[in-house]
Design a protein around this ligand. Sequence first.
Ligand code: SAM
Ligand code: SF4
Length: 340
Amino acid sequence: MIQTNSPKVLRDSFNRAARKLRISVTDKCNMKCIYCMPNGNIKWIDSKEILNFKEIIRIVSIFTHLGITKIRLTGGEPLLRPSLENLIRGLIKIQNIETISMTTNGFLLEEKINQLKSAGLNSLNISLDTFREERFRTLNGISNLNKVLRGIQKASELGLKIKINTVIIRNWNDDEIINFVKFAKDTGLIVRFIEFMPLDGSGIWNHNLVVTKKEIIKIIESSFGNVISLDENNSCPSDPATVYNFDDRKGKIGFIPSITEPFCSNCDRIRLTSDGRFLTCLFEKEGYDLKKMIRNAKATDQEIINYIVNCYKMKPEGIVQLIRINQLRPTLNLMHTIGG
Ligand code: SAM
Ligand code: SF4
């Protein structure tokens, strides 16, 4: 049991409190999305360096004493981590953990979703960038789009809360925006359009490839009429996605406009990489080595808490600062190692 002679909440120098922890459970992936993975042979992190479940659970327990209540599992592709359901079972037992969500590419959902739901998984963000098989191969580097669609269907039938994440890139898939809105209307699932960020491993990012929230709304309104902002969003200012629906109330869409409307001032996220680094921001490269503290230094929980508190105070302002000083350029960080 941790004696909490420490703050009840993590607060940085911009007065932002951390509430949500994203855990990358592996850097490996079964896809090779053009906006994420490096080209050529990828050097995966050595398996000895990856945190085991016991280590993850210890770190999460420590974070709950600093105000963390929500967990998101991510990757790489989290469904590649063997026995993930055992991790979920362990996490759900930690006092003060309210929800466990996962971000996945959906490829292995069909076969794994039953056991994950039974273990206690609450909700899913599923990435889907196209409805065309050939384009799926080009954009995501794998065949069998239908397998992902079947996974979405099955998770939906099981009653999980699902959001679809769609990265729109100019001249790659911006001609499918309307189809994604139709999908949102037909299925009742929220589709969130994400602006392409310079977190690509292959260095293709440039400003021209970013299809902005404004542009997407214009395209959508020309087919479906005015979009209507939903009040529910105001109750959660830290949610990066602004949610909208339509006059006929059918279908909800969201936007994650990280480039044109960065939400850094409301950021309440922190990250744990699969090799045990604590990242206070998506754009932080090295982070702070918690694995070393628990493996080599055998630090006490209180020592780890003190370290985390001090690191978090140094959380950078975020992408908003990079934009201000005109420092957006490709490959600012590797998304598949941090988890998005
Ligand atoms: N493999 C899982 C997946 O694809 O959902 C989880 C990890 S992935 C890094 C998390 C999210 O980041 C996905 O929704 C993906 O589309 C998004 N993403 C990856 N690279 C991105 C980029 N350069 N800009 C914007 N979003 C990106
Ligand atoms: Fe893999 Fe997700 Fe990156 Fe695509 S976005 S390569 S699925 S980690």
